[in-house]
Design a protein around this ligand. Structure first.
Ligand code: G3P
Length: 227
């Protein structure tokens, strides 16, 4: 399973890209509203930082305007993927853009039926929202499984992006069931990496390395940082 980052925060994208783990980026209007700066400049910078699919969401409500905004976003960089909502207008716009070979990520997907419609319209990616399904008292992981299994035996060339990820458990469950991608907020990347036993073990190794260096009168190697 590939790991994408779900943010428009350039500093965070740069930080996690530095780990060498990122295969793509997703953004949405709420994530963009949380950062300063011109939208197109942000997309261009993200494309410089991560060499993979970069989702940029359309905000127009009507099909004609969705299609022209999608074409405009797509022209920013070859790696841009146009993000469209899973609704009737979004399906029509997806099929129009797909005819031109423009990749589309259909977002706000919650069921296998919605995912099948997105795939049939020509979406290259479909994004089931796990956390938001949990939020209304349902099982988001099971809803994700419904999407993955619904698409599994179809002929569509579509990849599942696990979205609305709120915890490392969501990422692990997505990987175990064979979802293609998980798009992960920076905070969850940190939660995935950190472990108290790793920190404790590293402290001990650093202390032992320093003690040994003192005994042999060698300059100790610079202490390694905690994860
Ligand atoms: O990729 C969609 C995602 O950003 C939504 O996440 O946490 O706002 O439900 P959340």
């Amino acid at each position: 399973m590939k790991l994408f980052i779900d943010t428009a925060d350039i500093a965070e994208i740069e930080r996690i890209a530095g780990w060498g783990v990122l295969a793509g980026v997703t953004t949405n209007p709420s994530l963009l509203a949380a950062v300063e700066g011109d939208e197109d400049t942000i997309y261009r910078r993200i494309c410089e930082l991560v060499d993979g699919p970069i989702s940029a969401e359309v905000t127009e409500p009507d099909v004609k305007d969705m299609v022209s905004e999608g074409r405009r976003l797509s022209a920013i960089h070859p790696n841009i993927v146009v993000k469209l909502p899973t609704c009737a207008e979004g399906l029509t716009a997806t099929s129009e853009l797909a005819k031109d070979g423009i990749p589309v990520n259909m977002t706000l997907c919650f069921t296998g039926s919605q995912a099948l419609l997105a795939a049939a319209a020509g979406a290259r990616y479909v994004s089931p929202f796990v956390g938001r399904y949990d939020d209304i008292g349902n099982d988001g992981v099971e809803a994700l499984r419904d999407v993955v299994e619904s698409l599994f035996a179809t002929e569509y060339d579509v990849q599942v992006i696990t979205a609305s990820v709120r915890s490392p458990v969501h990422v692990q469950e997505a990987a175990k069931m064979g979802a293609d991608i998980a798009t992960i907020p920076p905070k969850v990347f940190d939660q995935m990496l950190g472990h108290p036993l790793t920190d404790k073990g590293l402290e001990k190794f650093n202390a032992d390395a320093a003690a040994r260096a003192a005994k042999t009168k060698k300059t100790p190697a610079k202490s390694r940082k905690k994860g």
